[in-house]
Design a protein around this ligand. Structure first.
Ligand SMILES: [Zn+2]
Ligand SMILES: [Zn+2]
Length: 153
């Protein structure tokens, strides 16, 4: 590890500690590690995905599970079910209003999930959705490029 990445890592842990404190959640090593993994991921992760990464670091599956739910209950991370009955977790976008989630694209053939962070509602579509109280999930389904090329339906 060179000096630069080490510095970034220390800053990130400090930032996560600060964030946890702000939300009134105690900054335990398991919670900090879960937050780091979710922030580094580029798509939502399931409990199994996280356990695969964290069990080798010495955290047990139950601890990972409990902490994921604690962080989701505190609204530090989002919890989503994207049509396959698996809960997946991800860090909230730092540049979106608190609690606002981005849409996800799910490939119906392979189940791959793509975050669509840059997709925004236009002022007109925002007006159209005014009757809706609270959106929990925006899901877009289709085929990813690989599955499309392979001719999956
Ligand atoms: Zn696919
Ligand atoms: Zn996402």
């Amino acid at each position: 590890m060179n000096k630069k990445t080490q510095k970034v890592k220390v800053d990130e842990i400090a930032e996560i500690r600060e964030l946890l404190r702000e939300y009134g959640v105690r900054a335990t090593p398991a919670r900090i590690t879960v937050m780091q993994e979710l922030r580094a991921a580029n798509s939502p992760l399931s409990h199994s995905d996280l356990a695969e990464k964290l069990v080798p670091l010495g955290f047990d599956r139950a601890t990972v599970f409990r902490n994921l739910n604690d962080l989701a209950d505190a609204e530090l991370i989002s919890r989503a079910e994207l049509g396959d009955h698996v809960w997946r977790f991800e860090a909230f976008d730092p540049d979106r209003p608190a609690g606002e989630k981005h849409p996800h694209f799910v490939c119906e053939a392979c189940g791959n999930i793509t975050c669509m962070e840059k997709l925004e509602f236009t002022p007109v579509s925002k007006r159209m959705t005014r009757a809706i109280g609270h959106i929990t999930e925006i899901l877009i389904k289709g085929l990813c490029n690989d599955c499309k090329a392979a001719g999956a339906v």
